[in-house]
Design a protein around this ligand. Structure first.
Ligand SMILES: [Zn+2]
Length: 490
């Protein structure tokens, strides 16, 4: 265990800027942290996903347990992560993979997703940016040693004294809080981008400090987005300058540099990429390149090319209606460009959201910005209107659907039904009665192999709800999968 006294003087003097021997002691620990040229951390932990909760802004969903070995060379911007992930939501499974990455390129080997993938493939820039951000964020003394620090205010909570300081490093502002009783960081917060809400706090809370080679390291780390749990980690061992075989971090020169803007994008919303990876369903690209329309009924199209998530487009004589808004505002902009080219005379009247999960609604602000009326359930209306306000978008027209509603604005009726189910509260299904086509997300995914388990339960809940509403759907089209189908099909 470390010498507490030394740390008290070390960090507090760093913050308060006292002079003499204390300042020298402070500098010596930061110098030691600067001398950490490599580090090896073995951990176990759990991933949580805030936007897969049953109810909007509800308790984060526990998505997986993991084992992780990280090797990191901070100054060299090189790292390797060896992951074993046991997913528990939405399906049980085991994934194991390694990511080896340098500043601008990297390689993933093994299975990091439930979808089939080549044995090795280049890492996306987004993931490289997100991973590096997380290494700095979760190793506060190494960050402090590489940062410019500005002391801030002192404050007290129940007789405990704290000190806030700002760190500036890697073009990013990090806000650190120190506990003055032991001089150690309690938390670091940095502002990241959330696809729903815009600027949002990514906070890391540290505890169980132990000294390794003269540098304090937290052995318990918890991460939060907007105060919702993202990840909880226990470090089982930490080695400083362990003598890493050069080949462990070596990468072939053939690997292509990733796009800098993607690395910055990953850095700016690292929480998102971590949560998706922890779900066994990484989403590492903005999906702006491909917008393809599959006609699934008369003038009704499944909008594909959004990675694993689709929208539905309904074309009426007086305008367009979109159902769901996969992933990111950037994806919505790509879809909108496509619509403007193909139907330049038709305005987008509605964006109908099936439920609040981010893989189907992260881009909803883009459609609202384009003038669409937001159609959501009464359960989810305040979540989305608050998100719009936080993102600086005010004055949106909103229709909050109770059990059912009929939308007339595109000159072709579109019906919306609430579906009570165990996947997400306030789920809606959109239905075009003249074609008997319905769009459903997550509860049933035609064109994707059925997974059984909880998905079979969700499908039975869908069938029961539509029967309750007295709607005889001929074709279901999914927010996942491709084409159309029916639960009664084999
Ligand atoms: Zn969902």
């Amino acid at each position: 265990m470390m010498s507490q006294n030394r740390l008290v003087w070390t960090l507090v003097s760093t913050v308060i800027g006292v002079s003499g021997a204390n300042l020298a002691a402070a500098q010596s620990v930061l110098e030691l942290a600067k001398d950490v040229t490599s580090i090896r951390i073995e951990s176990t932990g759990q991933h949580y996903t805030p936007r897969q909760s049953t109810t909007p802004d509800g308790v984060s969903r526990h998505t997986s347990d993991y084992t992780l070995t990280v090797v990191w060379e901070p100054d060299a911007w090189r790292a390797r992560e060896e992951w074993g992930i046991h997913t528990v939501y939405p399906v049980f499974g085991d994934l194991s993979f390694t990511m080896t990455y340098h500043e601008s390129f990297g390689l993933t080997a093994g299975q990091d997703s439930r979808a089939p993938s080549p044995a090795t493939r280049p890492m996306s820039g987004a993931r490289i940016g997100a991973n590096f951000k997380n290494l700095w964020l979760t190793n506060p003394l190494i960050l402090a040693a590489h940062a410019e620090a500005i002391p801030g205010s002192e404050f007290k909570i129940e007789d405990r004294r704290y000190q806030r300081m700002m760190l500036f490093a890697h073009d990013t502002q990090w806000s650190m809080i120190l506990d003055q009783s032991n001089g150690l960081p309690v938390e670091i917060t940095t502002i990241e981008v959330d696809p729903h809400k815009g600027e949002t706090e990514h906070k890391v809370i540290f505890s169980d400090w132990r000294e390794v080679s003269g540098v304090p390291f937290p052995f318990q780390v918890e991460q939060f987005l907007d105060d919702k749990l993202l990840r909880r980690e226990t470090r089982n061992s930490i080695d400083v300058n362990p003598g890493i075989a050069p080949r462990l971090l070596a990468l072939s020169d053939d690997l292509q540099e990733t796009d800098e803007s993607l690395r910055e994008w990953g850095w700016s919303m690292s929480h998102f990429f971590l949560a998706r990876a922890g779900l066994g369903a990484p989403q590492d690209y903005p999906e702006t390149h491909t917008v393809s329309l599959l006609e699934v009924g008369d003038d009704i199209y499944q909008v594909q090319g959004g990675g694993s998530s689709n929208n539905l487009l309904i074309v009426g004589p007086d305008g367009l209606a979109i159902v769901d808004a996969p992933w990111f505002p950037e994806r919505s902009e790509a879809v909108l460009r496509h619509l403007a080219e193909r139907w330049p005379e038709k305005p987008l009247r509605y964006v109908i959201l099936t439920h609040h999960h981010i893989d189907h609604t992260g881009g909803f602000g883009g459609y609202v910005q384009a003038g669409a009326t937001l159609v959501t359930s009464q359960d989810n209306a305040s979540f989305f209107t608050n998100a719009l306000e936080r993102a600086g978008q005010t004055g949106a027209a909103v229709i909050a659907v109770g059990q059912r509603a009929t939308l007339e604005g595109i000159g072709r009726p579109v019906e919306v039904y609430e579906v009570i189910n165990s996947h997400a509260d306030g789920t809606l299904v959109a239905y075009v009665p003249d074609a008997r086509v319905a769009f459903v997300t997550d509860l049933f995914s035609p064109g994707r192999p059925r997974r059984g388990g909880v998905e079979a339960l969700w499908t039975s809940e869908l069938v029961a709800s539509m029967k309750y509403h007295g709607v005889e759907v001929e074709r279901y089209v999914g927010g996942h999968g491709a084409g159309y189908g029916h639960p009664d099909d084999d």
